[in-house]
Write a protein that binds this ligand. Sequence first.
Ligand code: ADP
Length: 442
Amino acid sequence: MPPRIHAAWTRTLLQLVAVLAGAAVIGALLGQVWMALAIAALGVVAWHYWKLWDLLRRLTSRSRVPPPQGDGVWQETDRLLHRGQTDMRARKRRLIAMLRAYRAVAAALPDAVVVVERNSQRIQWFNTAATSLLGLRMPRDIGKPVGPTLQPLPVSQWFAHGRRAEPMLDVASPVSSGTRLELRLIPYSEDLWLLVARDVTKLVRLEQMRRDFVANVSHELRTPLTVVHGYLDMLDPAEQPEWAPMLQEMQHQSQRMTQLVEDLLTLSRLEAQDSIGEETVSMASMLASLRRELTMLSQGRHTLDVDDASATDLVGSTRELHSAFSNLVSNAVRYTPAGGRITIRYAATPEGGVMLAVEDTGYGIPAAHLPRITERFYRVSTSRSRESGGTGLGLAIVKHVLHLHQARLEIESEVGRGSRFACHFSAERVRSREAAYCGATG
Ligand code: ADP
């Protein structure tokens, strides 16, 4: 206990003793000791009740009266309570100021922020940017259901996915179709979700410009390359034997450039697509065609296997899937030394989908390179890729094609032992084969 309080407490006890002693003396003089003591005790109790009443009145009054001066226990109690109250008020003020500052930050954000109540899907609050980007108006839209209010954005279906809702990467703003938005749903508490919309118009435009540029450059290069290639083919090395190695190298390089341009054009075409054809892809003929390519590219240097263990077909684009699979096949041949084994496996997966895997016993890929291997022009060994006629775009094409089919690429590889590139398709992309073709061919 602080000394100040201790002293006040002692003083109050001494006062009580003094009052009772005084009353006893007066009572003795009047011959009524007990009566005098009782009256004094009642007086003390009454005084304390009055002090308690006074304290309660002060604590409950709205006006901030400073505590009375004095050094008795009641004044000390009053002072302590007053200090507690003042501290609490100051803390409340600080919290309110902080809350206002956070609100001001959220309100000033360039991204639209909308707080939505999870169960009722009603709008609780939104910032200024939500007005310009999403067309929400304060206070008209507070309390309104978010789905119909943000029409034509497909927000209701999105909310149905809950925590698994994927971000919507490029959608038109309900205010103006020229404004492109990226929408994200962030569950930040049990009951409240945050819908964040970012203006990505400039980014989308830049991305489009980049795509157009690559597509146009590739397209423009095609014609001169065809001409150069044509003339090179016409030159007869027999006429100038000393030029033969140079001619051969020029032909090789012009072929590589042609392939590079073709791959760039394929990538541009894939990037420009949001969805893919929904035709039935006959996997029996696809595997037969891959087998022919494998045989032709390998030219007897490898042991080849095609294992067709699922009597199913795929739904998607035959052309694009063929281009993806043949890239994997060509990689397997190019990165497997003679004497190795290459297997194409088509089989059902335990999840109900199917997978097409190309396995080889080739050089393999060091684990550190695996996360980046599907990036454009990313190569483990540039010289080996060039020697083998690679463009560095094969796996990027595979990844794009699979993405358009909502499929994923799984890569397993060990240096010196070989690699396995497996394309996993979900059950929605699988159809049973009409004329079942099942079995293993070696
Ligand atoms: P590239 O035209 O160079 O082959 P890709 O995009 O097809 O380009 O492949 C990227 C890189 O991945 C290759 O340069 C090679 O290093 C590695 N790679 C791809 N497939 C295989 C494979 N089957 N075995 C070993 N390495 C591979």
